[in-house]
Design a protein around this ligand. Structure first.
Ligand code: NAI
Length: 479
């Protein structure tokens, strides 16, 4: 083994949480190393984690391609635009996605270089005394040491024992980004974020999509009214979402040259059998803590395999921190961004902080679904008195002009203090609008504050304005 190398900060994982931590630490003058084991589709090291390689970024590329295709058949006519023989070239669409991934993963490598961060390509593990060992791709092992180590190992897809991923017929999010043709019958287990986004992609391109969801309620984590509106729109698009469907078997069978997946599930009507060409299993993700912590390093895992941290992302072991998907809190790239920055700043003696109560959620379907803060169901369960104001996009001139009138905005405010407690949105571009709610909540603003802020006309943001006004029953445009 080569000589031990010394750094001020070592980050394990170059995903959203890890690369933010590394860059901020380097900006603050610390000698920083960042380790990542991932390889790109070309077999070369690729920084950026799940988000850039096989998650947020590539799925958005496919969502946008498929949206353009879908709009040709479902929206262009409204605008008086006609065309003949629209076709989708799946290889070109996937190629475009790969190019975008390469651009952004390469961008992280450039940022590391510009910030003088030393990148190590291989699997890192933490040992007692803040020693990090890296098993590099060529098989060699190196040893690093630093007073501060940040664990940012991310998460992996959960595998169902009766539907193991084979990378071909039964896939996770990675496989479902790379189909070579549109599957005729596409099955999805789990009507969560990944299931709905990737189900939408292939549905828009012509697949017959069936989503099997074990829970009796659709999108149980979202506000009930928002989930209902979204479910109605998905049904119109032909997404067949079966609730209360408990899958017990998924068997891959060869039929001549083709492969089929035979799935058995049970719902209220009893046992059902259904056949798919491809099956996506998207039933959640688990912290990627396996092999990360060597015996004696004293870092604790919880019952779900997540690294135990306090509110400052400190593990309780001197100089050892953990951020992103491998710790508690929502598994969202932007939550990881903030934790990475906060920890680098705390190490530098600055006041780093992340408010988990104002993390926005976005599901990039059509319409998009977004929210921040509490749902009505949560407020009721917690006995918090609240007022609600909502406004439909069907009454917003800009949304109608765009021929995208589906959805609404709902503002929830405390009944006595008027402080905004939550905002729930379904509609076009609500991934952007939700930040009005985030800002208001971060600044402890009220529904009245939001209602008194001038919003441009015509713009989609008027739905937020009118919903805030509706909290006090003074929406101008609502009957
Ligand atoms: P998820 O937690 O969003 O949804 C999983 C769904 O599967 C749940 O509705 C659950 O009830 C259902 N389920 C669990 N076991 C099942 C079973 N045996 N049979 C049928 N249904 C079952 O998980 P998902 O979609 O895999 O995504 C993982 C994480 O990735 C999310 O929590 C999210 O944080 C992150 N992500 C975020 C995105 C975004 O922000 N737009 C996009 C993609 C992923």
């Amino acid at each position: 083994m080569s000589e031990q190398q010394q750094f001020d900060v070592i980050v394990i994982g170059a995903g959203p949480a890890g690369y933010h931590a590394a860059i901020r630490a380097a900006q603050l003058g610390m000698k920083t190393a960042c380790i990542d084991a991932a390889l790109g589709k070309d077999g070369k090291p690729a920084l950026g984690g799940t988000c850039l390689r096989v998650g947020c970024v590539p799925s958005k590329a496919l969502l946008d391609s498929s949206r353009q295709f879908w709009n040709m058949g479902h929206l262009f006519g409204d605008h008086g635009i006609s065309f003949k023989d629209a076709k989708i070239d799946v290889a070109a669409m996937v190629g475009r996605k790969d190019k975008i991934v390469k651009q952004f993963t390469g961008g992280i490598a450039q940022l590391f270089k510009a910030n003088k961060i030393t990148a190590f390509y291989g699997f890192g593990s933490l040992h007692a005394g803040n020693i990090v060992k890296v098993k590099q791709h060529d098989g060699s092992e190196i040893e690093l040491k630093a007073p501060n180590v940040i664990l940012a190992a991310g998460s992996d897809s959960i595998e169902l024992p009766f539907a193991k991923f084979d990378g071909d017929a039964i896939v996770d999010n990675v496989g479902a980004l790379d189909f070579t043709e549109v599957p005729k019958r596409f099955g999805v287990i789990g009507a969560g974020v990944i299931g709905l986004e990737l189900g939408s992609v292939w549905n828009r391109l012509g697949a017959q999509v069936t989503v099997l969801e074990a829970m009796p309620d659709f999108l149980a984590a979202a506000d009930g009214e928002a989930a209902k509106i979204a479910a109605r729109e998905f049904k119109k698009q032909g997404l067949d979402i079966k609730l209360g469907a408990k899958v017990s078997k998924a068997e891959v069978k060869k039929k001549g040259k083709t492969t089929e997946v035979h799935v058995t599930y049970t719902d209220a009507a009893g046992e059902q059998n259904v056949v798919f060409d491809k099956l996506l299993v998207a039933v959640g993700r688990k912290a990627a803590s396996k092999g990360l912590l060597a015996e004696g390093c004293a870092v604790q895992l919880d019952e779900r395999g997540r690294i135990v941290v306090d509110e400052h992302c400190h593990t309780g072991v001197d100089g050892v921190w953990a951020v992103g998907d491998c710790v508690r809190g929502p598994m969202l790239a932007h939550k990881g961004f903030e934790e990475g920055i906060a920890v680098a700043e705390l190490i530098a003696g600055l006041p780093g902080h992340v408010n988990l109560d104002t993390i926005p959620w976005v599901i990039y379907t059509e319409p998009e679904i977004a929210w921040v803060g509490k749902t009505e169901e949560q407020l009721k369960a917690e006995g918090i008195p609240y007022k609600a104001g909502s406004f439909p996009f069907a009454a917003v001139a800009r949304a109608v002009a765009m021929a995208e009138p589906a959805g609404f905005v709902k503002v929830l405010a405390h009944a006595e203090t008027d402080r905004v407690l939550g905002m729930h949105l379904v509609g076009a571009n609500v991934s952007e609008l939700v930040h009005e709610g985030v800002l208001t909540m971060e600044f402890s603003g009220s529904a009245d504050d939001l209602a008194r802020i001038c919003h441009a006309h015509p713009s989609l943001s008027e739905a937020v304005h009118d919903a805030a006004m509706a909290v006090h029953k003074r929406s101008i445009h609502k009957v």
